[in-house]
Design a protein around this ligand. Structure first.
Ligand code: SF4
Length: 122
């Protein structure tokens, strides 16, 4: 038996998200912080591994239509806390809450969802 815990943002297709098996973020400490940073923002290898999966399984790459790019995606997190984790406040890089890696605003993938970016977390 396998038990999996997930955070699924409002507005997503719940059965699909459960079936796809996207895990919750694994959090680590950053600069003596409180452990609120996703591991991919602190571990380059972890980020690279997730990026590879995004490329292979979700066609991550340059957006054909900027309206449907990471920068406008519901999973693209550029909240102040996340920008601190990523050490980048340009907005050009965001943390993908779905595929668990730092992606470029000008790229996109097959899981794009409108409604982003995430600019604050309650
Ligand atoms: S899910 Fe959204 S933020 Fe993540 S890689 Fe795809 S388009 Fe970019």
């Amino acid at each position: 038996m396998k038990i999996e815990i997930k955070l699924i943002p409002d507005g997503l297709d719940l059965p699909k998200e459960i079936q796809d098996g996207i895990p919750i973020d694994r959090m680590v400490d950053a600069d003596g912080d409180d452990g609120s940073c996703p591991i991919a923002t602190q571990d380059a290898q972890e980020n690279e591994d997730s990026k590879r999966v995004a490329i292979k399984d979700f066609q991550y790459g340059p957006a054909m239509d900027l309206e449907q790019s990471c920068g406008n995606c519901a999973y693209y997190n550029i909240s102040p806390a996340m920008q601190k984790c990523m050490d980048d406040d340009s907005g050009d890089i965001g943390y993908c809450q779905l595929l668990k890696f730092m992606c470029a605003a000008s790229n996109s993938c097959s899981s794009f969802e409108p409604g982003g970016p995430i600019t604050e977390v309650q």
